[in-house]
Ligand binder design. Structure first.
Ligand SMILES: Cc1cc2nc3c(=O)[nH]c(=O)nc-3n(C[C@H](O)[C@H](O)[C@H](O)COP(=O)(O)O)c2cc1C
Length: 195
Protein backbone atom coordinates (compact mmCIF):
# COMPACT_ATOMS: atom_id res chain seq x y z
CA UNK A 1 0.00 0.00 0.00
CA UNK A 2 2.99 2.34 -0.54
CA UNK A 3 3.05 3.23 3.15
CA UNK A 4 -0.55 4.51 3.18
CA UNK A 5 -2.86 3.20 5.88
CA UNK A 6 -6.01 3.18 3.76
CA UNK A 7 -7.09 2.98 0.16
CA UNK A 8 -9.99 4.91 -1.33
CA UNK A 9 -11.58 4.44 -4.76
CA UNK A 10 -12.79 7.62 -6.46
CA UNK A 11 -14.82 7.64 -9.66
CA UNK A 12 -15.76 10.66 -11.74
CA UNK A 13 -18.70 10.11 -14.11
CA UNK A 14 -20.40 12.28 -16.72
CA UNK A 15 -22.68 14.35 -14.52
CA UNK A 16 -22.18 18.05 -14.02
CA UNK A 17 -19.93 18.92 -11.09
CA UNK A 18 -16.60 17.34 -12.04
CA UNK A 19 -14.97 19.56 -9.43
CA UNK A 20 -16.52 17.53 -6.63
CA UNK A 21 -14.28 14.62 -7.54
CA UNK A 22 -11.31 16.77 -8.47
CA UNK A 23 -11.36 18.79 -5.25
CA UNK A 24 -11.62 15.57 -3.24
CA UNK A 25 -8.54 14.27 -5.05
CA UNK A 26 -6.69 17.55 -4.51
CA UNK A 27 -7.46 17.39 -0.81
CA UNK A 28 -6.39 13.76 -0.51
CA UNK A 29 -3.09 14.53 -2.24
CA UNK A 30 -2.18 16.23 1.06
CA UNK A 31 -2.97 13.01 2.96
CA UNK A 32 -0.11 10.49 2.65
CA UNK A 33 -2.12 8.09 4.81
CA UNK A 34 -4.69 7.58 2.01
CA UNK A 35 -3.88 5.90 -1.31
CA UNK A 36 -6.30 7.07 -4.01
CA UNK A 37 -7.47 4.90 -6.91
CA UNK A 38 -9.14 6.91 -9.68
CA UNK A 39 -11.46 5.80 -12.49
CA UNK A 40 -12.99 8.35 -14.87
CA UNK A 41 -15.72 7.35 -17.34
CA UNK A 42 -15.50 8.58 -20.97
CA UNK A 43 -18.36 11.03 -20.27
CA UNK A 44 -16.53 12.08 -17.11
CA UNK A 45 -13.60 13.24 -19.24
CA UNK A 46 -16.05 15.31 -21.33
CA UNK A 47 -17.46 17.13 -18.29
CA UNK A 48 -13.99 17.58 -16.77
CA UNK A 49 -12.82 19.22 -19.97
CA UNK A 50 -15.87 21.46 -20.43
CA UNK A 51 -16.26 22.47 -16.78
CA UNK A 52 -12.67 22.75 -15.58
CA UNK A 53 -10.47 23.02 -18.66
CA UNK A 54 -8.16 20.44 -17.08
CA UNK A 55 -6.57 17.78 -19.27
CA UNK A 56 -6.20 14.06 -18.62
CA UNK A 57 -2.66 14.40 -17.30
CA UNK A 58 -3.65 17.20 -14.88
CA UNK A 59 -6.33 15.02 -13.34
CA UNK A 60 -4.41 11.75 -13.37
CA UNK A 61 -1.47 13.25 -11.49
CA UNK A 62 -3.83 13.96 -8.57
CA UNK A 63 -4.38 10.24 -7.94
CA UNK A 64 -1.89 7.67 -6.68
CA UNK A 65 -3.17 5.03 -9.11
CA UNK A 66 -5.25 5.47 -12.25
CA UNK A 67 -7.50 2.77 -13.68
CA UNK A 68 -9.03 2.84 -17.17
CA UNK A 69 -12.80 2.21 -16.98
CA UNK A 70 -12.48 -0.77 -19.32
CA UNK A 71 -9.76 -2.44 -17.18
CA UNK A 72 -12.23 -4.86 -15.63
CA UNK A 73 -9.41 -7.06 -14.31
CA UNK A 74 -7.72 -4.30 -12.28
CA UNK A 75 -7.18 -4.61 -8.52
CA UNK A 76 -10.26 -2.60 -7.48
CA UNK A 77 -12.52 -5.09 -9.31
CA UNK A 78 -11.88 -7.63 -6.54
CA UNK A 79 -13.20 -7.72 -2.99
CA UNK A 80 -9.88 -9.16 -1.82
CA UNK A 81 -8.33 -5.75 -2.55
CA UNK A 82 -9.15 -4.01 0.72
CA UNK A 83 -10.33 -0.40 0.63
CA UNK A 84 -11.97 2.05 3.00
CA UNK A 85 -14.73 2.47 0.41
CA UNK A 86 -15.62 4.24 -2.79
CA UNK A 87 -16.89 7.69 -3.72
CA UNK A 88 -18.54 8.43 -7.09
CA UNK A 89 -18.32 12.21 -7.43
CA UNK A 90 -20.23 13.30 -9.38
CA UNK A 91 -22.48 10.32 -10.09
CA UNK A 92 -24.58 10.37 -13.27
CA UNK A 93 -28.04 8.83 -13.41
CA UNK A 94 -26.56 6.25 -15.79
CA UNK A 95 -23.98 5.08 -13.26
CA UNK A 96 -26.58 5.26 -10.45
CA UNK A 97 -28.78 2.90 -12.51
CA UNK A 98 -25.87 0.54 -13.15
CA UNK A 99 -25.09 0.38 -9.43
CA UNK A 100 -28.77 -0.05 -8.49
CA UNK A 101 -29.13 -2.98 -10.90
CA UNK A 102 -25.80 -4.60 -10.07
CA UNK A 103 -24.50 -4.21 -13.63
CA UNK A 104 -20.75 -4.61 -13.66
CA UNK A 105 -20.02 -3.86 -17.29
CA UNK A 106 -17.29 -1.32 -16.59
CA UNK A 107 -14.76 -0.85 -13.79
CA UNK A 108 -16.76 1.89 -12.05
CA UNK A 109 -19.92 -0.22 -11.79
CA UNK A 110 -17.89 -3.32 -10.88
CA UNK A 111 -15.90 -1.56 -8.12
CA UNK A 112 -19.15 -0.13 -6.72
CA UNK A 113 -20.75 -3.60 -6.83
CA UNK A 114 -17.75 -5.04 -4.97
CA UNK A 115 -17.82 -2.21 -2.41
CA UNK A 116 -21.45 -3.03 -1.63
CA UNK A 117 -20.95 -6.78 -1.49
CA UNK A 118 -18.03 -6.38 0.90
CA UNK A 119 -20.22 -4.07 3.04
CA UNK A 120 -17.83 -1.16 2.62
CA UNK A 121 -18.91 2.46 2.34
CA UNK A 122 -20.16 3.55 -1.06
CA UNK A 123 -21.00 7.24 -1.46
CA UNK A 124 -22.78 8.52 -4.58
CA UNK A 125 -22.82 12.27 -5.22
CA UNK A 126 -25.81 11.96 -7.52
CA UNK A 127 -26.41 15.01 -9.69
CA UNK A 128 -29.56 15.57 -11.68
CA UNK A 129 -32.60 17.78 -11.36
CA UNK A 130 -35.51 17.39 -11.45
CA UNK A 131 -35.61 13.66 -10.71
CA UNK A 132 -37.82 11.15 -12.51
CA UNK A 133 -39.24 8.03 -10.91
CA UNK A 134 -36.44 5.80 -12.24
CA UNK A 135 -33.83 8.04 -10.58
CA UNK A 136 -35.73 7.99 -7.27
CA UNK A 137 -36.27 4.20 -7.39
CA UNK A 138 -32.61 3.62 -8.16
CA UNK A 139 -31.63 5.81 -5.19
CA UNK A 140 -33.90 3.74 -2.95
CA UNK A 141 -32.39 0.48 -4.26
CA UNK A 142 -28.84 1.67 -3.61
CA UNK A 143 -29.82 2.85 -0.13
CA UNK A 144 -31.44 -0.52 0.61
CA UNK A 145 -28.17 -2.21 -0.39
CA UNK A 146 -26.22 -0.06 2.07
CA UNK A 147 -24.99 2.68 -0.27
CA UNK A 148 -25.16 6.35 0.69
CA UNK A 149 -26.91 8.76 -1.67
CA UNK A 150 -25.32 12.15 -1.09
CA UNK A 151 -26.52 14.73 -3.61
CA UNK A 152 -24.03 17.61 -3.43
CA UNK A 153 -26.49 20.08 -1.93
CA UNK A 154 -24.64 23.15 -0.67
CA UNK A 155 -25.23 24.50 2.82
CA UNK A 156 -25.66 28.26 3.02
CA UNK A 157 -25.79 28.67 6.80
CA UNK A 158 -21.97 28.64 6.84
CA UNK A 159 -22.05 31.77 4.65
CA UNK A 160 -19.78 30.40 1.90
CA UNK A 161 -17.76 33.20 0.32
CA UNK A 162 -16.84 31.35 -2.87
CA UNK A 163 -17.30 28.21 -4.93
CA UNK A 164 -14.09 26.96 -3.31
CA UNK A 165 -15.88 27.07 0.06
CA UNK A 166 -18.82 25.07 -1.30
CA UNK A 167 -16.59 22.35 -2.75
CA UNK A 168 -14.47 22.24 0.41
CA UNK A 169 -17.62 21.69 2.46
CA UNK A 170 -18.57 18.69 0.28
CA UNK A 171 -15.07 17.25 0.61
CA UNK A 172 -15.28 17.55 4.40
CA UNK A 173 -18.67 15.86 4.51
CA UNK A 174 -17.49 12.98 2.33
CA UNK A 175 -14.46 12.39 4.54
CA UNK A 176 -16.62 12.55 7.67
CA UNK A 177 -18.95 9.90 6.22
CA UNK A 178 -15.99 7.68 5.43
CA UNK A 179 -14.57 8.31 8.92
CA UNK A 180 -11.41 9.51 7.16
CA UNK A 181 -11.67 13.15 8.23
CA UNK A 182 -8.47 14.61 9.63
CA UNK A 183 -8.53 17.05 12.56
CA UNK A 184 -8.51 20.02 10.16
CA UNK A 185 -11.55 18.61 8.30
CA UNK A 186 -13.86 18.34 11.30
CA UNK A 187 -16.71 20.78 11.82
CA UNK A 188 -19.28 20.63 14.57
CA UNK A 189 -22.50 22.61 14.71
CA UNK A 190 -22.80 24.37 18.04
CA UNK A 191 -26.21 25.84 17.47
CA UNK A 192 -27.17 29.20 16.04
CA UNK A 193 -25.10 31.95 17.60
CA UNK A 194 -26.98 35.03 18.77
CA UNK A 195 -26.54 38.22 16.76
C1 LIG B 1 -22.02 18.40 -20.48
C2 LIG B 1 -22.82 17.23 -19.97
C3 LIG B 1 -23.43 17.32 -18.72
C4 LIG B 1 -24.17 16.24 -18.24
N1 LIG B 1 -24.75 16.36 -16.99
C5 LIG B 1 -25.39 15.30 -16.47
C6 LIG B 1 -25.89 15.37 -15.14
O1 LIG B 1 -25.75 16.37 -14.44
N2 LIG B 1 -26.47 14.26 -14.62
C7 LIG B 1 -26.61 13.11 -15.35
O2 LIG B 1 -27.15 12.14 -14.82
N3 LIG B 1 -26.16 13.02 -16.63
C8 LIG B 1 -25.54 14.08 -17.19
N4 LIG B 1 -25.05 14.00 -18.50
C9 LIG B 1 -25.30 12.78 -19.28
C10 LIG B 1 -24.30 11.67 -18.97
O3 LIG B 1 -22.98 12.11 -19.26
C11 LIG B 1 -24.63 10.41 -19.82
O4 LIG B 1 -25.85 9.86 -19.36
C12 LIG B 1 -23.54 9.38 -19.80
O5 LIG B 1 -24.01 8.23 -20.51
C13 LIG B 1 -23.13 8.98 -18.41
O6 LIG B 1 -22.18 7.94 -18.50
P1 LIG B 1 -21.26 7.56 -17.25
O7 LIG B 1 -22.19 7.28 -16.11
O8 LIG B 1 -20.57 6.31 -17.71
O9 LIG B 1 -20.34 8.67 -17.02
C14 LIG B 1 -24.32 15.06 -19.01
C15 LIG B 1 -23.69 14.98 -20.26
C16 LIG B 1 -22.95 16.05 -20.72
C17 LIG B 1 -22.28 15.93 -22.07
Amino acid sequence: MRGAAQRLIIAITGASGARYGIDLLRHLKTRPDIETHLVVSPSGWLTISSETGLGKADVEQLADINHPPKAIGDSIASGSFRTAGMVIAPCSMHTLAAVALGLSDNLIARAADVTLKERRKLILLTRETPLNLAHLRNMVSVTEMGGIIMPPVPAFYNNPASLDDLFADSTRRILELLTLAGDADRREWNGLQPG
